[in-house]
Design a binder for this molecule. Structure first.
Ligand code: NCD
Length: 296
């Protein structure tokens, strides 16, 4: 694998291999070491779990890590982002992990990067978040070995969610059962390459095996798309009462960050069906598997 930019670039077998490898890392007592390799994190947007899990994943593999402080970098002096990548490659950086508010920016930078540089997309605009989708599917498969027959409901602002877009692409690739997007009309996707959409939470969640709820992404909403938050809560919040629409053994997922009391209640986020912290835990091992696949 040269870069990790979009799940659409992966084959069925490549996805299964990454998940199997991540599970090996999760249960192993020793990990392979790549001590001469260097990973740089370039986060042009805020992040806690994605940035830290890339750092930990690289350190677990014996690599050096540079966290580029983009707000204080030479880009503030007018340097182009492509030149930042060339500068890092010239100093021996092997992998650039890029998060950017502009859709397509990691790919643009990968296309102009020096031959020896690998690029990982850590989330670009509302477009894609491949490493999140991979860790989400890993988590689903751990809990639900009958994953081809699942009903997976994703609730919230689907239209602006790179997490939902990459999960959809991965579900399509793996033929992962029935995928249902649930949300208010203005937040549902305009195109539906896989799965279906509904504005009804009770219908969307009925009989679901997996319920993923998304953060209300205030920063991505356009004028006219803003919703009354208390109205949103009333219609779409994941509470003990609404979770009861799903199967009793349904797992609850959320990519984070959580807006407790808006899209999800405390007793659901911290309840027995929640896999939210396991998603974060699995993220480190999935990112180890992705980094290794780029290096070998
Ligand atoms: C998401 C992101 O930044 O795309 N978080 C994450 O990476 N785990 C989702 C979000 O910001 O709501």
């Amino acid at each position: 694998m040269k870069h990790c930019l979009d799940v659409n670039e992966l084959s069925y077998d490549a996805v299964i291999r990454l998940i199997e490898r991540a599970l090996v890392f999760k249960h192993a007592t020793v990990w392979p070491a790549y001590p001469r390799k260097i990973l740089a994190n370039l986060f042009y947007e805020n992040s806690t779990r994605t940035r830290v899990s890339f750092e930990l994943a690289a350190k677990h593999l014996g690599m050096s890590v540079v966290n580029v402080d983009v707000a204080r970098s030479s880009e503030q002096k007018g340097e182009q982002q492509a030149d930042t990548i060339k500068t890092l490659a010239s100093m021996g950086v092997d992998i650039a992990v890029i998060r950017h508010s502009e859709a397509g920016m990691p790919k643009t930078l990968a296309d102009s990067a020096p031959q020896n540089m690998h690029v990982i997309n850590a989330g670009d605009g509302a477009h894609a978040h491949p490493t999140q989708a991979l860790l989400d599917v890993m988590t689903i498969m751990e809990h639900k070995p009958q994953w081809p027959d699942l009903k997976i409901a994703v609730v919230g602002d689907i239209r602006h969610s790179r997490v939902a877009h990459s999960l959809q692409a991965l579900c399509q690739l793996l033929k992962m059962g029935e995928l249902v997007f649930v949300g208010p009309e203005s937040w549902l996707p305009t195109a539906m390459p896989y799965g279906r959409a509904t504005t009804s939470l009770s219908e969307g969640l009925a009989g679901a095996d997996v319920v993923m709820t998304l953060r209300v992404q205030q920063e991505r909403l356009l004028a006219g798309e803003h919703l009354d938050l208390s109205r949103y809560r009333q219609d779409y919040a994941l509470t003990q009462a609404t979770l009861a629409y799903a199967k009793p053994d349904a797992i609850v997922m959320h990519p984070g960050p959580l807006n407790r009391g808006i899209e999800i209640d405390n007793d659901v986020a911290d309840g027995p069906q929640s896999c939210i912290w396991q998603q974060v835990h699995n993220g480190v091992f999935m990112r180890m598997a992705i980094i290794e696949a780029l290096l070998v």
